[in-house]
Every structure is written in structure tokens, then in C-alpha cells.
Design a protein around this ligand. Structure first.
Ligand SMILES: [Zn+2]
Length: 206
């Protein structure tokens, strides 16, 4: 069950409290790890707690799922990488800037994690827009960013533990079951063997 508890993660670049769910924070840390650099968050989620989001954000940031990242300090290649990585991790991400096609706003990257909860009406609308292949803006023009094929609509599951670790766990569990064979009642022995079997089932053979 995702942890949708809202927590404060320091301040944003305007000195406002930076709120997001534990779920979204963990998601972002996984993105940052993948990126190899850490973009700066300029506006978080739950802006109602800070007295409402920027007018240009139209309430998108009032609840969960949305935050904005600074783009002027990223190279073109880093910006492209940011958009692609967020999308591979199951969120919508669009670069916004002064051009009409990109929203006609101060440059930033807007991110909507559609599986975060609760989404504001605006956040939910931008997520639907993404799912429908649009740009998340009022004009609902076609999406102008790279789109994963097939679209990733939720964060990918964590990679399975490495094979050697699983084999070791299975061996230890089997040994324990063997040790218990002569001296413990049947149900406990069965439990230990079931545990070993469960571990072995988790191993995906190449
Ligand atoms: Zn935004």
C-alpha cells in the first residue's frame, strides 16, 4: 500500500514549505538516482497548505501528484533526460517556457505523478491529458515530448533482488528446515520449508 502521508521536505526556491507525499518523494528519489544529477524543485504539491499555488498553475499543485522543477540551469540534454526519465518512471512531464506551444509561461518542467493521491481536479485533468496523448495545457494540443511505447502509467516495480542473494536466502532457509527436521513439530518444519520454496519461486531464471 503506497504511503500517501504528506510530509514537508524543507523549503522550495521561494522559501515556501515544500510538501509532498512520502510516495511521491520516494518516486522522485528513484528518478534522481537514475538521472545522476539532482534538479531543483521550485514548487511542490499541497500548495493549499502554503496558501495556494502560483496563479499560472491553476490549482494543479493544490493537492498531491504535481511539482515543478527548475530548467534554466539544465543543459538541453539534461532537460531531455529529465522528461524521458520521469516518463519512464510512470509520470507525465512537460517542459514549459515562454513559447505558446509550451504554455507561454516562465521556464520550468511540470511533473504529474498520476498514481499519487489525492489529486486536485487540475492534476487529474493533466494526467488524463497525458494518457490521451495531449500536452496537459488548456488547448489539449498533441503531446510535444517523447512518449514511452507502451506508455508507462505507474512507477515500475523495484528490480528483483540479485540472484546470489536469493540463492543464499533459499539455502539458509532450507538448512534451517533440515536442522528442525528431527526436533520440532510438523507445522514449524512445514513453515520453514514453505519459506525456502517461496524464495526459490522468486528466482527468475535467465
Ligand atoms: Zn506545475
Amino acid at each position: 500500500m503506497p504511503n500517501f502521508t504528506v510530509k514537508r521536505y524543507g523549503l522550495d526556491t521561494s522559501g515556501r514549505a515544500l510538501w509532498m507525499t512520502v510516495y511521491m518523494h520516494n518516486w522522485w528519489e528513484a528518478v534522481v538516482k537514475d538521472l545522476g544529477f539532482r534538479p531543483t524543485i521550485v514548487q511542490g504539491a499541497f500548495m493549499v497548505r502554503d496558501g495556494g499555488g502560483a496563479a499560472a498553475s491553476a490549482g494543479y499543485h493544490d493537492q498531491a501528484g504535481c511539482f515543478d522543477v527548475r530548467t534554466w540551469d539544465l543543459t538541453a540534454s539534461q532537460l531531455g533526460q529529465l522528461v524521458r526519465t520521469c516518463r519512464k518512471h510512470g509520470a507525465a512531464a512537460w517542459r514549459r517556457d515562454q513559447s505558446a506551444a509550451h504554455g507561454g509561461m516562465d521556464p520550468h518542467c511540470h511533473i504529474t505523478l498520476g498514481t499519487d493521491r489525492p489529486l486536485s481536479a487540475g492534476a487529474a485533468a493533466s494526467w488524463r491529458s497525458y494518457l490521451n496523448g495531449h500536452n496537459g495545457l488548456a488547448n489539449e494540443a498533441p503531446d510535444y515530448e517523447w512518449r514511452p511505447k507502451p506508455l508507462v502509467t505507474k512507477p515500475p516495480a523495484k528490480p528483483a533482488p540479485k540472484l546470489p542473494g536469493l540463492v543464499r536466502d533459499a539455502v539458509l532457509a532450507t538448512r534451517k528446515a533440515k536442522r528442525q527436521t528431527q526436533r520440532v513439530p510438523q507445522p514449524k518444519r512445514f513453515k520453514a520449508l514453505s519459506r525456502a520454496l517461496d524464495i526459490l519461486r522468486g528466482i527468475k531464471l535467465p
